[in-house]
Design a protein around this ligand. Structure first.
Ligand code: FCB
Length: 455
C-alpha cells in the first residue's frame, strides 16, 4: 500500500483524438463526423473546430513525457478511426497506424502503459453518409477497423477499450443533436444504441487475445428521484433505464431492459435483434466508468413522453432538478459519494469484474497568474474528493484497478469548443505552451511521495 492505494494501482490521464490531435488532414486522415459538425455554423458554442486543438499529433512525445513527469503510469488515448481507415471501409492507411505505434512506443519508453480506446466519437464521414450508427453495416465496419488496428498494435498496446460512452454517441448524436452528426431521430436513436453495442461485441470478438485486456468505457450515473412521489420515482426509473441499464444489462447479462424498450415503443424492433445479444454480452476483462456527476429528476405535471428530439426518448418531459449541490462550470453538481455509489452498483451486477475510473474531472474558467501559474483550487478540491473515494474503495479490497483524470490537457470540449477547460495541464492555445496547474502539481506530489514512501 502506498498512500492508501495498492501498489499495482494504475494512475493515468485521458484524452481523445479529435479533442487534442489537430492535424486533421495529415498523413491521409479522412474527414469524420466531428470535422463536418464543427465546421457547420452554429454547432459549436465558440465557433471553433478541432483543426488545430492541442497539436498533440506533433507534440505527443513532449505530452507523454509531461504525463510521466507528473508521476502517472498510464495514458488513455483514443485512436482516430479516420486516420486508420480514412473512408470507413477498405484498406488501412499505414501512416495512421504508424502514428499510434510511435505514440505507444513513446509511452513505453517513458514507463507509461498505453490504454487505447478504439472509438471516441470520430466516425468516418462516409459511414455517416451511408446511415451512421442507425445502420448495422457501421457495426461491421467498426469490427474491421478494430481488427486491423489491433493486429498492427497489439505488441505495444495491451489494454483496449472498444467504445467511449455509447450513451453520448446515441442520445447526443442521434437524439437531441447536440453532438455530431447532429441528428434528431426521437426513439430511433435507440437503434444507434444497439448498433454501437453490436459494434462493441463484434470488435471484442475479433480482437480479444491472450496477453491483453479488453473492455468498454461507459458513462453511467447515479439517478435520484426528486421526491418519493410515484411520478418522480417513475421518472428516475426511466432515466436510470436509459442512462445505465440500457448499457449495463446487455453487456453484463446479455439482455435489454424490457421496461426501457416499452417506454420508448421500441420493443418490436429490439425483438428482431435478439440474435445479437450473446455477442454483446460476451465476457469483458474490465469496465471503464467515466464519472462526473449524479442526476436528480422529477416528473412533469403533464405527460412524461412526447417523443421529440431528446436525450431521453420515451421520457422527454422528465426534468433535471437542482438539489443545491455546488456545481462546476458545466453546471454539473459535485458529489464524490456518487462515484462510490455507482461503482458499488456495478460491482453488485458483476462482483468479480475489475473496474477502472477511466474519466473523472471538472471544468473551471482557469486563468494564468502574473507569476505564470494556474491556481485551480476548485478543480484540486474536486480531484482530491474523488481520489479519496477511490482510495477508500481500494483499501476495502474492492476490485478498482485504476483512476484516469480527465483530462491531461485542456482541449476541444465538443459543442463547447475551447470555452471549457478540464485539464490538469493548462494549454495556452495561442502558443501551445503547457502549464501544469495546481491540481496537476498536487497529483504529482501525491504520486511521487507515495512512491518514495514505498521504497
Ligand atoms: C465525457 C467525454 C470526454 C469529455 C468529458 C468532459 O463525456 O468522454 O471526451 O468531453 O466528458
Amino acid at each position: 500500500m502506498t498512500n492508501g492505494f495498492p501498489s499495482g494501482f494504475t494512475w493515468g490521464a485521458a484524452t481523445a483524438s479529435y479533442q487534442v490531435e489537430g492535424a486533421v488532414s495529415a498523413d491521409g486522415r479522412g474527414p469524420s463526423i466531428w470535422d463536418t459538425f464543427a465546421h457547420t455554423p452554429g454547432r459549436i458554442a465558440d465557433g471553433t473546430t478541432g483543426d488545430v486543438a492541442d497539436e498533440h499529433y506533433v507534440r505527443f512525445a513532449d505530452d507523454v513525457r509531461l504525463l510521466a513527469d507528473l508521476g502517472l503510469n498510464a495514458y488513455r488515448f483514443s485512436i482516430a478511426w479516420p486516420r486508420i481507415v480514412p473512408t470507413g471501409s477498405g484498406t488501412a492507411n499505414q501512416a495512421g497506424l504508424d502514428f499510434y505505434r510511435r505514440l505507444a512506443e513513446t509511452c513505453l519508453e517513458n514507463g507509461v502503459t498505453p490504454y487505447a480506446t478504439l472509438y471516441h466519437w470520430d466516425l468516418p464521414q462516409p459511414l455517416e453518409d451511408a446511415g451512421g450508427w442507425l445502420v448495422r453495416d457501421t457495426a461491421e465496419r467498426f469490427r474491421d477497423y478494430a481488427a486491423v488496428t489491433h493486429d498492427a498494435l497489439s505488441d505495444v498496446v495491451k489494454h483496449w477499450m472498444t467504445l467511449n460512452e455509447p450513451w453520448c454517441s446515441a442520445f447526443l448524436g442521434y437524439g437531441n443533436g447536440e453532438h455530431a452528426p447532429g441528428r434528431t431521430e426521437g426513439a430511433d436513436a435507440l437503434k444507434a444504441v444497439h448498433h454501437l453495442l453490436l459494434g462493441h461485441g463484434l470488435a471484442l470478438d475479433a480482437i480479444r487475445s491472450e496477453g491483453g485486456t479488453y473492455g468498454i468505457a461507459l458513462n453511467p450515473a447515479p439517478i435520484h428521484a426528486a421526491s418519493d412521489s410515484p411520478a418522480d420515482r417513475d421518472a428516475a426509473r426511466r432515466i436510470d433505464g436509459l442512462r445505465n441499464r440500457l448499457f449495463l444489462e446487455p453487456l453484463l447479462s446479455g439482455q435489454y431492459p424490457a421496461d426501457v424498450l416499452e417506454d420508448t415503443g421500441m420493443s418490436e424492433w429490439f425483438a428482431a435483434q435478439e440474435a445479437d445479444l450473446p455477442l454483446i454480452g460476451a465476457p469483458l476483462d474490465f469496465i471503464g466508468v467515466n464519472y462526473y456527476c449524479p442526476t436528480t429528476v422529477a416528473a412533469p405535471d403533464g405527460p412524461i413522453s412526447s417523443l421529440v428530439a431528446s436525450t431521453q426518448p420515451g421520457s422527454e418531459n422528465v426534468v433535471a432538478v437542482d438539489t443545491g449541490l455546488p456545481q462546476t462550470q458545466m453546471g454539473w453538481p459535485i458529489q464524490a459519494t456518487g462515484l462510490r455509489d455507482l461503482l458499488v452498483t456495478i460491482n453488485k451486477l458483476a462482483p468479480e469484474l475489475p473496474l477502472y475510473v477511466t474519466e473523472n474531472g471538472s471544468a473551471y474558467p482557469d486563468e494564468v497568474t502574473a507569476d505564470g501559474t494556474v491556481e485551480d483550487d476548485e478543480r484540486l478540491d474536486y480531484l482530491q474528493q474523488h481520489v479519496a473515494v477511490c482510495r477508500d474503495l481500494a483499501a476495502e479490497g474492492f476490485p478498482l484497478k485504476g483512476y484516469f483524470a480527465w483530462s491531461l490537457l485542456d482541449n476541444f470540449e465538443w459543442s463547447w469548443g475551447y470555452s471549457r477547460r478540464f485539464g490538469i495541464v493548462y494549454v495556452d492555445y495561442a502558443t501551445q505552451a503547457r502549464i501544469v496547474k495546481k491540481s496537476g502539481r498536487w497529483l504529482q506530489n501525491f504520486l511521487t511521495s507515495a512512491r518514495s514512501g514505498a521504497e
